[in-house]
Design a protein around this ligand. Structure first.
Ligand code: NAP
Length: 292
């Protein structure tokens, strides 16, 4: 908390304002993480949270434009519904069909999605995993999966297997990615039909479902069938090990939850607004300190 208070006491008439809009927003860790990075970089920016209900989204976006904010983050439930109010979408947002970061350039609103690239950053930092020829199994086919799969394709993944409860959602992502990223082979399976042989061939298992947020296990995926070099990434983030991470560690696999992705998507958003990289490690240290 000290970070926020110290930083805010230095707000001036010329300070740049960035914010996050979502509903609910009280739980968001982004204000404390971003304000810590602005303070560490001695940048005259301030980041504030706004609870914006779906019916007020249009007015909120117009208001931010009128107020001269330099950008904002977008979170649940506005990541998709904000798109009609923007003037331009970066490729990351266009293919993901969702926006988590907006930059205001004069009167022009540009939407980005830093979640997927943030995941790729975190895979490298936290698991030393770079997408390439090694097969990846993505569990889930929601908004987070779409952004993640697009980023994995852009980063050079050659083989991606999507398994999801609703196979049609996985097939829709596969079709869109095949058009945009023909260099990546993608196939799909219903989650309840994933078999031992498929699991024995993968190098990375990536959970993009919401399973684990409330202690749930992912049924149908038995980690004992993964090869011993395989790594397990859980996008669900938590200060402690998620159920999937606990299971992976118990069978001797390297595994982390999505805190690193949360940090990395924030670092990329910071760079989009300020044109500068945040001081190395400051966002991560701030989150870690909240977890103590
Ligand atoms: P979403 O669009 O609602 O997608 C949810 C996914 O979970 C779908 O694939 C859905 O399958 C699956 N699912 C939900 N309940 C299930 C169940 N009981 N059994 C099997 N599958 C189930 O949500 P999202 O926006 O993609 O977010 C997913 C997760 O990613 C959330 O936990 C979110 O916190 C996390 N996330 C983390 C970060 C980070 O920075 N670490 C960033 C973004 C998102 P169906 O298609 O069958 O419905």
């Amino acid at each position: 908390m000290l970070w926020g208070v110290d930083h805010m006491s230095g707000v001036q008439g010329k300070s740049n304002v960035v914010c996050i809009i979502g509903d609910p927003i009280q739980h968001s860790l982004s204000p404390i993480m971003q304000n810590a990075a602005f303070a560490a970089g001695h940048l005259d920016y301030i980041y504030v949270p706004f609870a914006v209900s779906p019916e007020n989204l249009n007015q909120a976006v117009s208001g931010l434009k009128a107020l001269g904010a330099c950008g904002f983050n977008v979170t649940i439930p506005h990541k998709t519904t904000i798109i009609p109010f923007l003037d331009h979408l970066d490729e990351s947002a266009e293919i993901a069909g969702a926006v988590n970061t907006v930059k205001l350039c004069g009167n022009i609103l540009i939407g980005y999605n830093t979640d997927g690239d943030g995941l790729v950053d975190s895979l490298l930092t936290d698991l030393n995993f770079s997408p390439g020829t090694e097969p990846v199994m993505v569990v889930g086919a929601g908004g987070a999966a779409r952004g993640a799969i697009a980023a994995l394709c852009r980063a050079g993944a050659k083989n991606i297997h999507i398994s999801n409860r609703t196979i049609e959602n996985a097939s829709a992502i596969m079709r869109d990615m095949n058009i945009r990223y023909p260099g990546t082979h993608i196939d799909v399976t219903a989650l309840n039909l994933v078999n031992e042989e498929q699991l024995s061939l993968i190098s990375l298992l990536l959970n993009t479902t919401s399973l684990g947020m409330h202690g749930e296990r992912i049924e149908h995926i038995n980690l004992v069938h993964l090869p011993e070099h395989a790594k397990v990434y859980d996008m669900v983030y938590s200060c402690s090990a998620t159920p999937l991470v606990k299971e992976a560690l118990a069978v001797g696999l390297q595994s982390v939850n999505g805190l690193g992705m949360l940090v990395a998507q924030g670092e990329r958003a910071f760079e989009i607004w300020t044109g500068e990289k945040p001081s190395e490690g400051v966002m991560r240290r701030t989150l870690n300190s909240l977890c103590l």
